[in-house]
Design a protein around this ligand. Structure first.
Ligand code: FES
Length: 143
């Protein structure tokens, strides 16, 4: 999984993506191995993981819920939707529900700006999401 990237310029990002795709997160134990393999410091590897919000340090829930908080969605109620999602799921941003069903991620634009507030659940994009519609979508995922 990682071997094809060794020795290629900019190998760290594709290696991190491959690890996350395989294991669901970037385990702390991978950091020194990546640093040694790519002749980087551990701080450099931590810096890249921390810079990109898509990289996770812990295993996510079974479903990833992304709520857009960028300007166009904010203009049509994204903040109140996000507050509702946090209360409904009882999680903070980046958190995972107690039953491991959902991980909440706040993102800045899902490319669905004309149909905000936008929410992505796993690979499916939803537009004009109201709190009630969010609850329905979340309930469907739990079935
Ligand atoms: Fe929300 Fe672009 S601003 S999808």
């Amino acid at each position: 999984m990682l071997a094809p990237h060794v020795g290629t310029p900019g190998a760290l990002l594709p290696m991190l993506h491959a690890l996350q795709e395989t294991f669901g997160c970037i385990d702390e134990s991978a950091v020194p191995l990546l640093a040694d393999t790519l002749n980087l410091s551990r701080a450099e590897v931590h810096g890249v993981i921390g810079f990109y919000h898509d990289f996770r340090r812990t295993r996510p829930g079974r479903h990833i819920i992304k709520v857009c908080r960028a300007e166009a969605c904010q203009a049509v109620g994204a903040e109140s939707l996000l507050d509702h999602v946090r209360r409904s799921l009882r999680v903070d941003d980046g958190g995972t529900t107690a039953d491991d069903a959902f991980t909440l991620q706040v993102v800045y634009c899902l490319g669905n700006c004309a149909l905000g507030p936008a929410v992505m659940i796993d690979e499916t994009l939803h537009g004009r999401v109201t709190p009630a519609r969010f609850d329905t979508l979340a309930a469907e995922q739990r079935e």
